[in-house]
Ligand binder design. Sequence first.
Ligand code: SF4
Length: 285
Amino acid sequence: KDFRNNVKPNWCPGCGDFSVQAAIQRAAANVGLEPENLAIVSGIGCSGRISGYINAYGFHGVHGRSLPIAQGLKMANRELTVIASGGDGDGFAIGMGHTVHSIRRNIDITYIVMDNQIYGLTKGQPSPRSAEGFKTPKNAPGGSIESALAPLEIALSAGATFIAQSFSSNLKQLTSLIEQGLNHKGFSLINVFSPCVTFNKVNTYDWFKENIVDLEEFPDYDPSNRVMAMTKLMETNGMLTGLIYQDKVKKNYEELVYGFKQESLAGQDIKITEEEFDKLVQEFK
Ligand code: SF4
């Protein structure tokens, strides 16, 4: 079960995305997957390259569209474990509509967001996760005038059944949360603080270490309590890490659509002759 391939990532040395890649590879092996059972779909951005860096099926999609592709894949082949991935610009700006509706649809995929609070690939513009007043010398010298988005609070309001957050420096926790997300029978959102060492000089590794509040500090915390999750998220300004919320009861989309009975498309016999197939191909040419 080796999820490593021989492609050398071209992320900047020190980029948080390296740890996310390692955590996915470890988690996939730990839950007993084989490379042929796993598909990783990514969007556009530095993080979007991750689908090519893991030994599994990979699909590098278009900007903000990793979730529709991942959902189509899962619906066509329920046997496949599907991970969607991307950055905060990809998933919480252009892709936010898909994010919210995938959450409420509760389809059984794991969505991993590499949240570096900036647009890295396009050289440092404020992203939806950049704080108000966030400055970059070339792109926002006067500071961002918009408020930062609170994705986990939005996810909770949208009916999420699994919400977790981690930090790329905490590989043990991140791997464990991805394992739990892969085992969750519904949509799992895992937001990962993944520093951009090249363009984000504010939200650095040290900044995250100082500002993160880990759920281990609250022994009475109950991740099945939605109100407690929202309260704690708001109290910590969204800097909470750990398993924040999980609903193990709600049925997922596939269970409701297929009712556990019907084979997914990929498992069904295609009753079509070679001539009919050729005719169909000609029609679509
Ligand atoms: Fe990572 Fe930032 Fe470099 Fe992109 S620009 S690879 S996000 S460090």
